[in-house]
Design a protein around this ligand. Structure first.
Ligand SMILES: *Cc1c(COP(=O)(O)O)cnc(C)c1O
Length: 430
């Protein structure tokens, strides 16, 4: 028996499903998840000693790769000075200033511990500021696991076919209106009916929790316009895309200014950090400056802030984003070629250093319905094939994949060679 299997069986006795976050359990693809012992650069090693090129990157944060010396040194120095004080520290200001400098229109920011917390708090602020209750979200977009947002929520929830979790009251769910992604007409129709009750529209400007789905031209612009017309706030959930698709997130890439932005993942460099920010007049409504309560014992944690700052420093090196983007495009172009050569129909998408691969005959994937129509069986063959060959992809067809600065040409070329091998096998089994 492999050590991973042994550990998984032991874990299942004391941790629900053996994991501390659902998609890690391989439920949708079958099999046993490898337990990871260590990571270095673009590679991870499991407890049985098998190595993989890693395209999960802890689900997004590890944009400079695993165990980067600069990040490790920052964490070590911070730890030597004490792990947490529950009192303000100077580096929190540095991280706030560095993030704000990247997002036009963001004047203040509050640090929290996860993307979930960031979104939950931004929604509370939007409701307080507008004195309205309703929230519009899009099917297949994931905004963390807060009650009101766990309605038609992509990846984890989609994988398990539980669009709405038990335990969420009808009273909560009824304040969340769910519309199809990329469907501006549906948004306009909803606002014609209930526009003056809607506090905010929340959207992943590039959806990354139903695979990687790009906004159609005009969609984000349309959301901005509808919000302006109806006095509704626009929240860009950039927990995944912020500092990933561009140094200033999707809002910079597409040149749309949201009212509030939520961040996470990359800004913590692999440690737990989330954040939400916006213009001063909104952010000053947050306690203790204003009446909207939001707090956290470990918020702005010294180790997490140090790891985030070190990661941002690396990303500010000249050419970092150009390198990320070039490598990702190279990989995605290569994968598309492999599939074409072997006659496997697919749609590939890519923005900055996040990408997606859908096994479908369709020409494009623009929303959750289309994403769910892709061949899950084929994805599973692909996933397990690549895993066997030492390429670690997310264990679900509804996830984006990530390239880091540590994915050099040799890792990308290795990946493409293995992709060829796996594609050949898929075709042979047909
Ligand atoms: C990951 C993610 C979240 C939740 O962040 P956690 O840190 O897992 O709580 C929220 N929104 C988006 C878009 C995400 O990708």
């Amino acid at each position: 028996m492999s050590r991973s299997l042994e550990l998984f069986e032991r874990a299942r006795r004391v941790i629900p499903g053996g994991v501390n976050s659902p998609v890690r359990a391989f439920k949708s693809v079958g099999g046993t998840p490898p337990f990871i012992r260590s990571g270095k650069g673009g590679m991870i090693t499991d407890v049985d000693g098998k190595e993989y090129v890693d395209y999960v990157g802890s689900w997004g944060p590890l944009i400079v790769g695993h165990a980067h010396p600069h990040v490790l040194e920052a964490i070590r120095l911070a730890a030597e000075q004490g792990c947490s004080f529950g009192a303000p520290t100077e580096r929190e200001i540095q991280l706030a200033e560095r993030i704000i400098a990247r997002f036009p229109g963001m004047e203040m920011i509050r640090l929290v511990n996860s993307g979930t917390e960031a979104v939950m708090s931004a929604v509370r602020l939007a409701r307080a500021a507008t004195q309205r209750d309703l929230l519009v979200k899009f099917e297949g977009c994931y905004h963390g696991h807060a009650d009101g947002l766990l309605v038609a929520a992509g990846s984890g929830a989609a994988t398990f076919g539980v669009p709405t979790s038990p335990g969420i009251t009808r009273a909560t769910a009824k304040d969340t209106l769910v519309l199809p992604f990329n469907d501006l007409e549906a948004v306009e129709a909803m606002f014609d009916l209930r526009g003056d009750e809607i506090a905010a529209i929340i959207v992943e400007p590039v959806a990354g929790n139903m695979g990687c789905v790009l906004p159609l031209p005009g969609f984000l612009e349309g959301l901005r316009r509808v919000c302006d017309t109806h006095g509704t706030l626009l929240i860009f959930d950039e927990v995944m895309t912020g500092l990933r698709v561009d140094r200033g997130g999707a809002q910079t890439l597409y040149n749309i200014r949201p009212d509030l932005t939520t961040l996470g993942k990359v800004i913590g460099g692999g440690l737990p950090v989330g954040a939400y920010g916006g213009p001063r007049h909104l952010m000053e409504q947050i306690a203790p400056a204003g009446p909207v309560y939001q707090a956290g014992t470990l918020s702005g944690n010294p180790l997490a802030v140090a790891a985030g700052l070190a990661t941002l420093e690396l990303l500010d090196a000249p050419g970092a984003y150009a390198t990320l983007n070039t490598r990702t495009r190279y990989l995605v172009k290569g994968l598309t070629q492999v599939m074409t050569v072997f006659g496997i129909p697919c749609v590939t998408t890519c923005v900055g250093s996040m990408f997606g691969l859908f096994f479908t005959e369709a020409k494009q994937v623009t929303n959750f319905t289309e994403a769910s129509q892709c061949h899950l069986q084929r994805f599973n063959q692909w996933f397990h094939g690549m895993l066997t060959e030492g390429v670690y992809l997310a264990p679900s067809a509804f996830e984006a994949a990530f390239v880091s600065l540590a994915h050099d040409d040799s890792l990308l070329d290795y990946t493409l060679t293995m992709a060829e091998r796996v594609a050949e096998r898929i075709v042979a089994q047909r």
